[in-house]
Design a protein around this ligand. Structure first.
Ligand SMILES: [Zn+2]
Length: 212
């Protein structure tokens, strides 16, 4: 209803019925077109911000443009916060770190293709997996402790497929085990976007448990 009210207040014709039905989808598409956003009919956090819809967003109730599922199972005791652009020895942190016990399953958060992976502990990322989704966005999962032998470059993955185990390889070796999740737009190493709000959007746990 808030979304519908804000759409109407911004001049888009819409029925105020509290249902995300055809009339709302049409108004959302018109708003996206007018605001120069990708026209999907899905009320993304970006659109809601532009329309002035009051934030947030209970855990798991929002829609992410990038993530389909959370990259760890609900049973794992994970914690994360908005550490995007926090200063690090290697520069600004263009990712979100999710702290979790060593060995926790790491799941693909999207559909996609495995573009690259490394099973040996070297470099900054240690053991890592790169996945590209059908829209061309790249996902970098780093500091893993292991990667299933069956996972190979070129493989198709889907939301929830196990792509590794949590760890502290690479330059995380002196810190707590965590997943470094980076979302790169357009190409590997391309400009990244803050994964935090996308993780919140697909997080299956209430916000209080994730200490955000
Ligand atoms: Zn990190």
């Amino acid at each position: 209803m808030q979304l519908q009210r804000r759409l109407r207040a911004n001049g888009f014709r819409i029925r105020l019925d509290g249902r995300y039905g055809g009339s709302t989808v049409k108004a959302v598409r018109r708003a996206q077109r007018k605001l120069g956003l990708r026209v999907t009919g899905v009320a993304t956090p970006a659109l809601q911000r532009r329309l002035g819809v009051p934030a947030p967003i209970a855990a798991g109730s929002a829609v992410s443009e990038y993530l389909v599922t959370f990259p760890m199972p609900k049973s794992v005791e994970y914690r994360y916060f908005n550490d995007y652009f926090a200063p690090r020895s290697t520069g600004m942190h263009g990712a979100t770190d999710i702290l979790a016990p060593h060995g926790a399953p790491i799941l693909s958060a999207t559909h996609g293709t495995v573009m690259d992976l490394r099973r040996t502990d070297s470099g900054l990322g240690g053991l890592y997996v790169y996945i590209r989704d059908p829209g061309g966005t790249w996902y970098y999962y780093a500091h893993l402790s292991s990667i299933p032998r069956s996972l190979q470059p070129g493989d198709t993955v889907w939301p929830g497929r196990v792509i590794g185990r949590n760890g502290s390889s690479g330059n995380a070796s002196y810190g707590a085990p965590h997943l470094h999740l980076e979302i790169m737009l357009g190409k590997r190493g391309g400009p990244n976007t803050n994964p935090f709000q996308h993780l919140v959007a697909v997080d299956p746990k209430p916000r209080s448990q994730t200490e955000i």
